[in-house]
Design a protein around this ligand. Structure first.
Ligand SMILES: Cc1ncc(COP(=O)(O)O)c(C=O)c1O
Length: 380
């Protein structure tokens, strides 16, 4: 209602950092949690296009509020609440980069979950996407440039530009969820810059304020203007704490610090080091198969058994022993068999190398033990 100067300053800074660098201008809706930024983006798409449908991707994680949950794919989060969901999202497959080592842009392919190679995988998804969009009822295509909670899944390099092209042709907005990947995490300010793709709306959170609950939905100014009517007294979308002054001050300081310490190129360089280290652990350990992948300082190590089943127990055992040594990693992926590495962008090379050695020890340990449960029925 009465925006304080820091809020206006941060809105300008975010516009400059996103659309300003992409040859346009952005407008911002602030929020507190990541899922709220996603919901603001979904509302924007509905208002701008008049279409209620959303296309999201298999494996997607967009948060757990009732709006965002409709577009979060993972069953364990949705099923207890399904009776209260409106299910307005349709899901299409998320293709995976072929295992081809690091690309020129700093990207990296995936291992056991790899698709049939970039072009083929992207072409198959394009057909499916066009099919779903042909209904004419979809207003937003919502996508993570790299799936985070879904298992650090990196798509083929041509995937995002295909999604951009197809959504535009079909009259849907492209909404990028960069809550996980934003602010240098993948070796670019925003992961979409690896593909040279400019979204209609971008969702930001997590590292935005370096630890304060602040998120933002930033849209191209024309899209935001088309969507949101001028207030006639009551804002149709608002929240008590949105754009909190402390959060805004932290975000401005955080952006300045990322610049000052040149953390974005650092993330790309250290990301290569991390992936090289993880690949250096080898592909087979006892009964375990390892596959490392990632982009910048967002890396994943997938653990499968010889038969291709997810090695969930072993993965959790590795994460537990890493924790005992003082290293924090999270299990990612539907089967929790991917160790997610998202260190602070300020981590030193020595710390990274020490972390990789600790992973090696923990994996060797886990591979030496017999798994408690039997094989899976479903392949990863
Ligand atoms: C890509 C992505 N989108 C949205 C969210 C939800 O953010 P929050 O937990 O702040 O609601 C997350 C959280 O992990 C995420 O990774």
């Amino acid at each position: 209602m009465h925006p304080h100067p820091l809020k206006a300053e941060l809105a300008r800074a975010l516009s400059r950092l996103t659309y300003g660098r992409w040859g346009a201008r952005g407008k911002v809706i602030f929020a507190s949690a990541g899922f709220e930024a996603v919901e603001a983006a979904l509302k924007t798409a509905l208002l701008a296009t008049g279409r209620p449908g959303v296309v999201a991707f298999e494996g997607a994680y967009h948060g757990l509020g009732y709006g965002a949950l409709n577009a979060t794919h993972r069953g364990e989060f949705r099923s207890p609440f399904r009776r209260q969901l409106r299910e307005f999202a349709r899901f299409v497959p998320f293709p995976l980069a072929a295992e081809d080592g690091d690309t020129a842009s700093g990207g990296s392919g995936s291992g056991a979950l790899a698709g049939s190679g970039g072009d083929l995988a992207t072409a198959a998804v394009e057909r499916r996407l066009r099919q779903v969009l042909s209904s004419g009822r979809v207003g937003a295509v919502l996508v993570e440039p790299v799936q985070g909670r879904g298992g650090i899944r990196v798509p083929p390099p041509d995937f995002l530009s295909m999604v951009r092209r197809v959504s535009e042709a079909c009259g849907a907005l492209l909404v990028l969820d960069e809550i996980y990947t934003g602010f240098g995490r993948t070796g670019r300010w925003f992961a979409c810059e690896h593909a040279g793709v400019v979204p209609d709306v971008i969702c930001l959170g997590k590292a935005l304020a370096g630890g304060f609950p602040l998120s933002a939905c930033v849209g191209r100014a024309e899209v935001m203007d088309a969507a949101w009517p001028e207030s006639t007294g009551e804002a149709i979308h608002t929240s008590t704490f949105l754009g909190h002054p402390v959060g805004c001050a932290m975000a401005l300081a955080q952006i300045a610090e990322i610049r000052r310490l040149r953390l974005v190129p650092r993330s790309e360089r250290l990301g290569r080091l991390l992936r090289r280290g993880l690949r250096g652990l080898g592909r087979e350990w006892g009964g375990l198969r390892l596959a490392a992948r990632g982009l910048g300082l967002m890396a994943g190590l997938e653990l499968c058994r010889r038969d291709g089943c997810p090695a969930t127990e072993e993965t959790l055992a590795v994460i537990k022993s890493l924790l005992q040594e003082g290293w924090l990693c999270l299990p990612e992926g539907e089967a929790s068999n991917v160790i997610g590495f998202t260190p602070p962008l300020t981590i030193s090379e020595r710390q990274l190398e020490a972390a990789v050695r600790a992973v090696g020890r923990a994996v060797a340990d886990a591979a030496g033990k017999r798994p408690v449960s039997g094989g899976c029925t479903r392949r990863p």
